[in-house]
Design a protein around this ligand. Structure first.
Ligand code: ADP
Ligand code: MG
Length: 153
């Protein structure tokens, strides 16, 4: 069974609060797959999550580089796979070493690589319902999702 948490945010600040809480709850080894249209808030959420991991560096969208790495309480590997042409590119990048390591991996546009994501991936889906309102669904299965679910409720 796949579990689901649902949130509604009224503005970017509320999404950031949720992101920060998420970041604080992570224990390492999580793979977070983010989906949502351009401008939904994937990068906004990632930046806040990085703060929750104790990362002080300025987090930018890695669109042109595919991967940015940060060091906080845990390592953060921030992927944006929007420009990926072939899944093979992910293996060339060493994707498996990142996702099966002790750090936290976040992947924007993860729908493009869903066939290579682990079973216990935590999915975050952001849907804009108007200019500032967002429906945020967090789902997953397994221990990592259960822990997050406990920490967030
Ligand atoms: P994505 O990475 O999904 O393309 P971004 O995070 O870069 O999206 O951009 C989201 C934009 O929407 C930002 O300018 C942000 O300030 C704005 N925004 C407005 N309301 C919200 C909200 N409730 N949650 C997240 N972002 C919001
Ligand atoms: Mg983005």
């Amino acid at each position: 069974m796949k579990d689901l948490l649902q949130f509604k945010t009224n503005n970017a600040t509320e999404t950031e609060e949720l992101g920060r809480k998420l970041g604080e709850a992570l224990k390492g080894g999580e793979v977070i797959a983010m989906t949502g249209d351009l401008g939904a808030g994937k990068t906004t959420m990632t930046k806040a999550l990085a703060k929750g991991l104790g990362i002080d560096d300025h987090v930018t969208s890695p669109t042109f580089t595919i991967l940015n790495e940060y060091e906080g309480r845990l390592k953060l590997f921030h992927f944006d796979v929007y420009r990926i042409d072939d899944i093979e590119e992910m293996y060339d990048l060493g994707f498996e070493e990142y996702i099966y390591g002790d750090g936290v991996s976040i992947i924007e546009w993860s729908n493009l690589i869903k066939e290579i994501l682990p079973d216990d991936t935590i999915n975050i889906e952001i849907l804009a319902t108007d200019d500032e309102k967002r429906n945020i669904k967090i789902s997953g299965r397994g221990k990592k999702f259960d822990n997050l679910s406990k920490e967030l409720s």
